[in-house]
Design a protein around this ligand. Structure first.
Ligand code: FAD
Ligand code: KPC
Length: 524
């Protein structure tokens, strides 16, 4: 279907996307300028966050990009199967958590678990997700003026040629932006009905689970496990590593970790750490349980009708590696330099295909880095340091060094913390942090009101790290990340002289101000 000269509105885009998704034989969607030079500056294979942002930037700089995507929409896995459903489920978990703790108190009705349906939330997501897709398609065509071919799998022919929708496209450069897909662990029994990963969960689940076993200890395991438990579906997480100690999370502070993981257990989640799933059992084709080898070596049988796999993702590299012979690391990531160049001249790789965190900031900025490099700018992107977050029923946010890391590197580490660690002070009853988003907890269930820690180098007075459990701090941490990683850093004096919008989610500005007057800093 050629839509080049048609201005579809959002409803029309929504309808076209839904119809294309529903019909395997649906036509490709072409937005191609047939009058322009047939050789593009770059073809982006994949129009997720990495490909879409790269293409938009290249166009903004005066280049001519083409995006090819197998899905009938742009934006990729984030709005279709990953970040957006994750946030929907995590927000539901937060609401449900409050409703359960305050069931029948104040204005809260008695909590009715029968109304907290996992299946219903998935259906809410499925019914609404194409609206964002529709906007991405409209914006990319009408505002960003990027050409694309959608609903068409690309075949890479060589480093300048791609086939899609029965046509051949050529470009001076190729940008691989094909993302990653969930890995399937090597456990017998995973083919049974009732076993899902994050992608098949939103696509296929067709019944209401009554209990859940999550396999894996990733962020996705903690996030989805917290949601399942919050709906009233008893959940067990089976993880080889302790939660939040998996190797792809950096700078996790131990006090923050303890608050988070204890909080999950307090809410009824069973965590089996150091444990290994041995087999998934089924009955009449539907999953009935998981055999698990515990850290002690003893095997136990967990009864369940729902298994959720959260064992990570692997980049989609096979096709590009086979055709182009690009270098791929042992971990399955395409090897690139800081400008996103692969080992093959003129071929770039971005987003989840390359090393580093599989996160949106890296996807989008790596796409932009490739675009700027192609357009002749010197551009390097170092993603070794970054702020991070996850959800349980809380929003958990951190940036910079943990306290332990800081103590390894600096002699005079100062901690500003709420609630503070003071021997024999009954902080369990302290309604602090009395922060935005936790006010009801602060007044009625003080121990649920979150945790905040700032790590400072006493000698230079520079902030080294910040750690937060609560709600609404993610925004601040994006800017803190920038400030503390500047060459000049951010001192406690500068932080304490900022203007807080009281009552704020994290109290670091006002707490810093209480200490900044001292020549020799002390803990608070
Ligand atoms: P994708 O978005 O996966 O795009 C790849 C595109 O390539 C797809 O559209 C695909 O159709 C296309 N493609 C592949 N092969 C071909 C081919 N041969 N021809 C044509 N097209 C092809 N990150 C955050 O920052 N915040 C979050 O809250 C967050 N939540 C997440 C929750 C979950 C459950 C998961 C799994 C991930 C989450 N992430 C989050 C990570 C984030 O989703 C990814 O890092 C990001 O989407 C990667 O973008 P990408 O463009 O590299 O890949
Ligand atoms: C909600 C939302 O922003 C949609 S997901 C983003 C896809 S993209 O802008 O291509 O990174």
């Amino acid at each position: 279907m050629d839509i080049r000269n048609t201005k579809l509105n959002l409803a029309a885009w929504n309808e076209l996307i839904e119809a294309s998704l529903a019909d395997e034989k649906s036509e490709p969607i072409l937005n191609i300028d047939g009058d322009a030079d047939p050789v593009y500056d770059a073809i982006f294979v994949g129009g997720g966050a990495a490909g879409r942002f790269g293409a938009a930037y290249l166009k903004a700089m005066g280049g001519r990009p083409l995006i090819v995507d197998a899905w009938p929409f742009l934006g990729g896995s984030c709005p279709h199967q990953a970040c957006v459903p994750h946030h929907l489920f995590s927000e539901a978990a937060e609401e449900l958590d409050r409703m359960r703790w305050f069931s029948g108190e104040m204005f809260f009705p008695p909590f009715d678990p029968a109304r907290a349906s996992i299946l219903e939330m998935v259906k809410v997501f499925r019914a609404g997700r194409s609206s964002a897709h529709a906007f991405m398609n409209w914006q990319t065509k009408e505002q960003l003026e990027v050409e694309y071919v959608l609903n068409a799998r690309a075949t890479i022919v060589d480093r300048t040629t791609v086939e899609a929708a029965g046509r051949r496209f050529t470009a001076r450069n190729l940008v691989l932006a094909m993302g990653a897909r969930p890995t399937k662990p090597d456990i017998p029994g995973l083919d049974a009905h009732g076993v899902y990963d994050f992608a098949t969960f939103v696509e296929d689940i067709d019944y209401e689970p009554t209990s859940c076993v999550v396999i894996g200890g990733s962020k996705v395991a903690m996030e989805y496990g917290s949601f399942f438990q919050a709906t009233g579906c008893p959940t067990t997480i089976v993880s080889r590593s302790p939660l939040m100690r998996t190797k792809n999370l950096h700078h996790v502070d131990e006090d923050l970790r303890r608050y988070v993981v204890d909080g999950m257990r307090k809410r009824g989640i069973t965590t089996l750490e150091g444990a290994q799933p041995v087999a998934v059992r089924s009955n009449d084709g539907h999953v009935s349980g998981v055999t698990v080898r515990l850290a002690s070596g003893r095997e136990v049988e967990l009864e369940t009708d729902f298994v959720f796999l959260a064992t990570g993702e692997r980049p989609t590299v096979d096709h590009a590696r086979d055709v182009l012979a690009i270098e791929v690391s042992d971990t399955g990531r395409v090897v690139v330099d800081r400008s996103m160049r692969t080992s093959v001249p003129g071929v770039y790789a971005v987003g989840d295909m390359i090393d580093g965190p599989m996160e949106m900031f890296k996807a989008r900025k790596s796409g932009v880095t490739a675009a700027r490099t192609i357009m002749g700018e010197h551009c390097e992107f170092d993603y070794s340091e970054f702020p991070d977050f996850l959800h349980t029923t809380y929003e958990v946010t951190w940036v910079g060094l943990s306290e332990a890391e800081a103590r390894e590197r600096y002699d005079d580490v100062i901690i500003i913390q709420m609630p503070p660690t003071v021997a024999e002070l009954d902080t369990v009853n302290l309604p602090l942090p009395c922060a935005e988003g936790t006010m009801l907890y602060a007044f009625r269930k003080p121990e649920l009101s979150g945790f905040q820690k700032l790590v400072v180098d006493g000698a230079s007075r520079k902030v080294l790290g910040a750690h937060h459990v609560g709600y609404g701090a993610k925004d601040a941490f994006q800017y803190l990340d920038y400030l503390i990683h500047r060459p000049e850093g951010l001192t406690i004096d500068e932080l304490g002289w900022m203007n807080e919008l009281f009552l704020n989610p994290e109290h670091f500005i006002q707490l810093s101000r209480l200490r900044a007057g001292r020549k020799r800093l002390e803990n608070l």
